[in-house]
Design a protein around this ligand. Structure first.
Ligand code: FAD
Length: 408
């Protein structure tokens, strides 16, 4: 097990500087344009693929970094560049991790390369869990997958919503109910291969922020996929369902809300994205406060402004520490006995919202216009307290973990 450290090693520093260079030279200059266009920034993804940032190799290298700092460091730098574009670059990773975590070796080898494509023909992937009536309450999911034993095929019907890259993905990973009696324990994940009949994009959403990231409904109308598309395979699913049924018979924790716990280990990554956005806005505000003069002196010469910047930086550093701790714990298999993953996401996302609002205030009229990037960063930051579990759900997870009680 790697010791927890707050110091990046030389190799990590090199990767961080390389990513920072890409974020500063390629992502940040493109941010305003793609925010206005509200379209997937394919040329930027392609550029990231060319240099090796948009690839499974790069993602896996960071994901398996034993210090746990690889992913948060990478997320922070890319999202420092721009949240919408960075999400377009890392969104595929969310689906890839679903396959890495639950898939067989064959599934990993077959599907993950198709999620990324290559630099001459880049592809993206989507992870589809949320539904119109099942956001925080994942257990009320309605999309059904029924096994057709004669053909060894699964038939999937339902509507997914708010899916990042939904409908434009080459490969979709879809979560569906296979046993409705078991609540979220009766869910399974399926690969929907490219060009599968019955899968279509529904509404594409116009959003408040992260507008360069594509978010849409995904309609599944009698989608048929081979048995080999069930992540982990049928045998493993049957064993898992049998265990869950047994537990239910014994009156155990039958229906546990999946959103409460499933994403605990992936939440620090979202916290790191939030730290990136917060740091970006703080840096703009600091520079501005030092150069903008009113009443014959820089505005930072007023404690009212300087103390805000002091608080902003303190919160950002505190958020990063929580994120790094949780990432280190996740990678090293330390149990989250105080829901440390949720803590990191809760604190970092609330910090990003607050810090970006303070940045707008420090820039005054300029902060409110699209001439300066803090206006966009402020809109972008609002997503962090919503996706991968809202702040309220993080608090529920933390409170339940601490108390051992079913707080509602
Ligand atoms: C831009 C974007 C991208 C997304 N990408 C994906 C994706 O790729 N894949 C995917 O599957 N999903 C994705 N989502 C969906 C996202 O995860 C959900 O929006 C989120 O989980 C919240 O669900 P909801 O929107 O249904 O809100 P609701 O669950 O309806 O919540 C509404 C409000 O009620 C509060 N609330 C709900 N229950 C409780 C409770 N028990 N106690 C206290 N407060 C409560 C919430 O905190 C929130 O403030 C994305 C969403 C957005 C906006």
């Amino acid at each position: 097990m790697a010791e927890f450290t707050m110091e990046l090693n030389d190799e990590q520093k090199e990767v961080r500087d390389w990513l920072h260079g890409f974020a500063a030279d390629v992502i940040r200059p493109a941010a305003a344009e793609w925010d206005e266009r509200e379209e997937t920034p394919w040329p930027v993804i392609q550029e990231a693929a060319k240099v090796g940032i948009y690839s499974l190799d790069f993602y896996a290298q960071q994901y398996f970094d034993p210090t746990g700092l690889g992913i948060p460091m990478a997320m922070e730098e890319l999202f420092w560049g721009d949240a919408g574009i960075a999400l377009s670059i890392v969104g595929t990773g969310l689906a890839a991790v679903g396959v890495l975590a639950n898939g067989t070796e064959e599934q990993i080898g077959t599907w993950i390369p198709q999620m990324y494509g290559d630099a001459s023909d880049v592809k993206v992937a989507a992870f589809c869990s949320s539904e119109p009536d099942a956001g925080s309450d994942v257990a009320s999911m309605r999309t059904r997958a029924v096994y057709d034993e004669a053909k060894d095929e699964w038939v999937i019907n339902g509507t997914k919503t708010w899916a990042t890259n939904g409908g434009i993905a080459n490969v979709h990973v879809v979560v569906a109910v296979v046993d409705a009696e078991l609540g979220s324990k009766g869910h399974a994940s399926f690969i929907i291969p490219p060009g599968t009949e019955g899968l279509s994009q529904g509404q594409k959403f116009k959003k408040h922020g992260i507008r360069a990231s594509h978010t849409a409904e995904v309609i599944l109308d009698s989608v048929r996929v081979p048995g080999s598309c069930l992540l982990g395979g049928k045998e493993k699913l049957d064993e898992r369902l049998a265990r869950a049924r047994e537990k239910a018979r014994q009156g155990g924790e039958r229906v546990k809300n999946a959103a409460m716990a499933t994403f605990e280990a992936s939440r620090p990554a979202v916290g790191a994205m939030a730290v990136g956005t917060a740091r970006a806005a703080y840096e703009v505000a600091l520079d501005y406060a030092k150069t903008r003069e009113q009443f014959g002196r820089p505005i930072i010469d007023n404690q009212g402004v300087a103390f805000q910047l002091a608080d902003m930086r303190t919160s950002i550093d505190a958020a990063r520490l929580l994120v790094w701790r949780a990432s280190w714990m996740a990678v090293n298999g330390k149990p989250f006995t105080a829901a440390e993953g949720s803590m990191s996401k809760l604190f970092a996302s609330e910090t990003a919202k607050k810090v970006t609002a303070q940045a707008v205030q420090i820039l005054g009229g300029n902060g409110y216009t699209r001439e300066y990037p803090v206006e966009r960063m402020h809109r972008d930051a609002a997503i962090y307290t919503i996706f991968e579990g809202t702040s309220e759900i993080q608090r529920l997870v933390i409170a339940r973990t601490l108390s051992g009680m079913t707080i509602r």
